[in-house]
Design a protein around this ligand. Structure first.
Ligand code: SF4
Length: 483
């Protein structure tokens, strides 16, 4: 019989626990190991029933998790099956569903926009653009797709100052010196998807929470009391834990507190968008994450989100469902960011031509470190490149709103709102239900984990003041309802 010993604290040192393990040497004499875990120690003395090689030696570890077991983890069949499934879909592409195959119940619409966007993106050879292409693009009054491709290319980096000047001119022409402020409210963090880069994914052992309507009301009251007039409601992507009725009810509540209500939820059919719009939602945001279908397949291993075209068509279904505005974005850093930036903007550009009456916006988040996955350190999209992308967006799509996330540093956000961006979040918390604790200093123990770390944690009041000090006019709402 092997010996398994575990310590959930580090009050004893390795030297102190070793004699205890050695006392059981008669039970598993052929190999012995002590491993330090983040919270204590795991010790194992082997009677080699699982093989005499190193492969049979415990504690086993996978992706930072460690286990020492007596041949089998008894009584945890459910865990075992889930882990087997996880291991299979991670390591065997044949075990995964077809990323282009719609699931039952998913609406199909007649649209060629995806084909056009992917066609442009796949043929985009950004290294082929030259300094002359960039200069020509900057001289044009109207930016063509070819011009935009040049402005996104590495050849445009030395022209960043000219791009910024042109972007600033376009922003001023269409938005004046205004900057819109809003705050996000995460009401649930249950998720049925397995996106390998996200801390909310269904395999990540985080604190899950779903706010009750009373808790949502309290959160909204706190946010509304701060002066905010626009809210973005977010959930993880769980159809069962955050169903449409639940989200609709949250929208009805929000409509009583705010003038403008956005949603960032899982993609749904046009009828559901119609219902949510009737409940008070004005616009939706759906991140495609990456437009590179091959990379998308490797990053979204399970769940509804795995269906690439259904996600791509979410904005169009929302428009068909009557939403006033839609927002598109890639999560820069997941794949080739220049191609993803091109595809995000073209997604808007083609939608704009098909549905000119809709309000469009673009976000530009970069991948951030997440809970329980310290291995993701996207480095390739530096602030300089992000600035280039945002200036190119503004020059190509002069009327489109551009939102800069609190994932970015204060200095960067303060600078870019004077050049290309038109909207910033403030008073941000990516945890579940912790606006009240943050604003009022109450107990934080019951709040769910945060999806990612933010870099700019300015309150609404601080953000409002900082924008005004910089000569910008903070705008909380520009809609007049005449029902
Ligand atoms: S990115 Fe969204 S869908 Fe994917 S695991 Fe995170 S919360 Fe779920």
């Amino acid at each position: 019989m092997c010996t398994i010993m575990g310590f959930s604290k580090k009050t004893l040192t390795r030297q102190e626990i070793t004699p205890f393990l050695e006392r059981t040497v008669s039970r598993g004499p052929d190999m012995s190991r002590i491993i330090e875990t983040p919270s204590g120690w795991l010790c194992f003395q082997r009677l080699a029933i699982m093989g005499l090689t190193e492969a049979g030696m415990q504690p086993f570890s996978l992706d930072g998790d460690m286990v020492a077991c007596n041949g089998e983890i008894y009584g945890f069949e459910g865990w075992k099956q889930a882990l087997e499934k996880k291991h299979r879909i991670e390591n065997d592409p044949a075990a995964r569903t077809d990323v282009m195959q719609y699931m039952e119940g998913m609406e199909r619409i007649s649209s060629d926009i995806m084909e056009k966007v992917l066609g442009q993106m796949n043929s985009y050879a950004y290294e082929s653009y030259t300094d002359a292409d960039v200069r020509r693009a900057l001289l044009h009054d109207t930016c063509t797709i070819e011009d935009f491709k040049a402005l996104l290319s590495p050849a445009a980096l030395p022209h960043l100052e000219e791009m910024a000047a042109k972007a600033k001119y376009e922003t001023g022409r269409h938005f004046g010196n205004t900057v819109y402020l809003f705050t996000p409210l995460y009401i649930a963090n249950y998720c049925e998807n397995y996106c390998v880069y996200c801390g909310f994914n269904c395999y990540n052992d985080i604190s899950r929470k779903k706010l009750t309507m009373e808790e949502i009301r309290q959160e909204m009251q706190v946010i509304a009391d701060s002066g905010m007039e626009e809210i973005l409601i977010l959930t993880g992507e769980s159809h069962s834990m955050s169903d449409i009725a639940y989200i609709g009810e949250a929208c009805r509540l929000a409509a009583g507190y705010f003038r403008n209500v956005g949603l960032e939820i899982y993609p749904v059919n046009s009828e559901d968008y119609r219902y949510l719009h009737a409940c008070g939602a004005d616009y939706i945001t759906v991140f495609q994450e990456t437009y590179d279908a091959v990379q998308y397949e490797k990053l979204h291993l399970m769940g509804h989100k795995r269906v690439f075209p259904y996600r791509f068509e979410a904005q169009e279904r929302a428009i068909l469902g009557g939403m006033r505005g839609v927002a598109c974005s890639a999560l820069l850093g997941l794949s080739d960011f220049r191609k993803d930036a091109l595809a995000s903007a073209l997604h808007v550009w083609y939608l704009q031509r098909k549905y000119p009456y809709v309000e469009y916006s673009l976000s530009c988040p970069r991948l951030r470190p997440i809970v329980n996955n310290g291995r993701i350190h996207p480095q390739d999209v530096q602030e300089k490149q992000l600035c280039q992308i945002l200036c190119a967006y503004r020059i190509f799509l002069p009327y489109v709103g551009i939102t800069v996330s609190s994932r970015e540093q204060k200095q960067f956000r303060d600078g870019i709102v004077k050049i290309a961006a038109t909207k910033v979040s403030a008073g941000v918390s990516t945890g579940i239900g912790d606006h009240e604790s943050k604003y009022h200093g109450t107990d934080e123990a019951e709040t769910g984990d945060e999806q990612f770390e933010i870099s700019d944690d300015r309150s609404f009041a601080d953000m409002y003041r900082d924008m005004a000090v910089q000569g910008l006019q903070p705008v909380l709402n520009d809609y007049i309802y005449v029902s």
